[in-house]
Design a protein around this ligand. Structure first.
Ligand SMILES: CC(C)(COP(=O)(O)OP(=O)(O)OC[C@H]1O[C@@H](n2cnc3c(N)ncnc32)[C@H](O)[C@@H]1OP(=O)(O)O)[C@@H](O)C(=O)NCCC(=O)NCCS
Length: 119
């Protein structure tokens, strides 16, 4: 996938003896936004803090690239993702027509946490 090849330090994979348990695909924009395009953890790894750790590792990488804020999006139906990102301190707002006319998305924002801050 292009993102993985072009943004290797912000596309992260959590591996264990039993295979891939989760991944996060993101990049830092030229204007200083650490944007996560996709995050997922394996069904049997959910609720263990892995998603939070992936966001933490991404934040460290984004900070090294001088990011100042973090952003992600999800569909308005994805209540699990909305709850997850709120738990991590993101604000969540519905943006009408984000994905085209009549296609709203939920946009998550937060300032980049200070170095060493607990996620
Ligand atoms: C969203 C997702 C990445 C969360 O990963 P996870 O490893 O289960 O998350 P964590 O265990 O790190 O949870 C972190 C916090 O979010 C909360 N949380 C996670 N999923 C939740 C859910 N479905 N409902 C309510 N709270 C949730 C946890 O309770 C935890 O809160 P706490 O630390 O305050 O107790 C995972 O459920 C997933 O892969 N979903 C499918 C793909 C998806 O929708 N990705 C996001 C859109 S791109």
């Amino acid at each position: 996938m292009t993102l993985v090849h072009e943004f290797p330090s912000t596309c992260l994979v959590a591996r264990a003896d039993d295979g891939v348990r989760g991944y996060l695909l993101g990049f830092v924009t030229p204007t200083g936004t650490g944007y996560v395009h996709l995050i997922a953890t394996r069904d049997d790894a959910r609720g263990t803090g892995l998603g939070r750790r992936l966001w933490g590792a991404f934040t460290d990488a984004a900070r090294r690239q001088s990011a100042q804020r973090l952003k992600a999006i999800t569909s308005v139906q994805n209540t699990g993702s909305i709850a997850f990102h709120r738990s991590l301190g993101f604000t969540a707002r519905i943006v009408e027509d984000y994905d085209g006319p009549g296609r709203p998305m939920v946009v998550f924002d937060r300032l980049l946490p200070a170095e060493g801050a607990v996620w």
